[in-house]
Design a protein around this ligand. Sequence first.
Ligand code: C2G
Length: 130
Amino acid sequence: MKRVITYGTYDILHYGHINLLRRAKELGDYLLVALSSDEFNKGKHKTSLLNYENRKAVVESIRYVDMVIPEENWEQKIEDIKKYNIDIFVMGDDWEGKFDFLKEYCEVIYLPRTPDISTTQIKNDINEKK
Ligand code: C2G
């Protein structure tokens, strides 16, 4: 039973997110998503349109996702890997190298981001169409 974890905000879900989650699940048998809390998003200088409860309900409904836990700080990753017996940590390659310190605890894989799609772009498009 290979257990995979990934982290993110997952606001205004799009196929870039789905591509990431699908590939992450394909690397193992069980996928845990640590979903950024609204508070933590502030720390990432991100404001999500959808609040945590809303984003959690959406991500939990994705067929590739087995469990959603809150991401509340930058320091929890090592603890999460131990607590949930994680074998593989996955992130999009916009984070390439940033989490290599986790290699001491599990496999670290950065997957190519899906080009030309982002929540920021979607928000901008909506604003332009107003
Ligand atoms: N992603 C992707 N392709 C896109 C957009 C996003 O592969 N076109 C991936 C990102 O690389 C990330 C995941 O989808 O792995 C979630 O993206 P965000 O919600 O933007 O996550 P982020 O704000 O980068 O949070 O501790 C880590 C942070 O919480 C990561």
